[in-house]
Design a protein around this ligand. Structure first.
Ligand code: DX5
Ligand code: ZN
Length: 217
């Protein structure tokens, strides 16, 4: 069944413990790590994951938006990440990094920016647990879903099905309760939702509604 991942980027950083308690009904938590070089913004580092790890049994899904992710894989694994996704565009040796993540004991994903074609996954797909299709340009929450990404999602769904893989499709950026049903119909498995969850009056209620949509659709 498809699932949602509340993104902490949109949470109140002064109250992170309280914020994650509000979304415990979600099976996952999504951590956006930004270095100020790969993306214009700086968010937080592995210490936040380490600090929150004892308080949650959720799957900690870590999205590294950092140059040369190979320098930090073990750090994030040791801090408590369960899944590590890095950007194809951020390293010279994506294949090597995929295996570095696995050796560190984590599930592995590759993220693709909106302008990066799916072709780059030709020789990588079989090794991946998930593919993250960025549906906004990475760096900031609260942006609008880029409609051209619908075609990319459809194409990836087809490739994964044709190759009979169980690789999950994750999307990130501009997802909300309004567009969730139509995006789910495309065959997406994992939906990162930031501002639509933590910007809401009652984040727990948004999580429940999203789960309901993903169950029914
Ligand atoms: C953007 C991040 C996203 C972000 C999504 O670079 O990767 O995870 O938090 O935020 P929303 O859901 O507000 O578009
Ligand atoms: Zn993200």
């Amino acid at each position: 069944m498809a699932d949602l991942l509340p993104s902490l980027l949109a949470a109140d950083f002064a109250n992170l413990y309280d914020e994650i308690m509000k979304v415990q009904e979600a099976n996952y938590l999504h951590f956006d790590i930004m270095d100020g070089r790969y993306v214009p913004n700086i968010s937080f580092g592995a210490d936040i994951i380490r600090a929150l790890r004892p308080y949650s049994r959720q799957v900690f899904d870590t999205h590294l938006m950092i140059i040369e992710p190979e320098r930090y894989i073990e750090l994030f694994a040791e801090a408590g990440a369960d899944v590590i996704t890095f950007h194809y565009e951020a390293t010279t040796h994506p294949h090597r990094v995929v295996h570095q993540v696995k050796e560190a004991g984590c599930k592995v994903g590759i993220a693709l920016n909106p302008s990066t074609p799916l072709d780059v996954l030709e020789y990588l797909l079989e090794d991946l647990d998930q593919v993250l299709i960025m549906t906004v340009n990475p760096g900031f929450g609260g942006q609008k879903f880029i409609p051209a990404m619908v075609k990319k999602i459809r194409k990836l769904r087809k490739i994964i099905d044709e190759r009979k893989l169980d690789t999950l499709i994750q999307i990130d950026g501009g997802v909300n309760l309004e567009n969730l049903p139509e995006l789910h119909a495309l065959g997406v498995d994992l939906f990162v939702i930031g501002s639509a969850v933590f910007g809401a009056e009652d984040p727990g209620e948004v999580v429940r509604k999203a789960k309901e949509i993903l169950k029914n659709a």
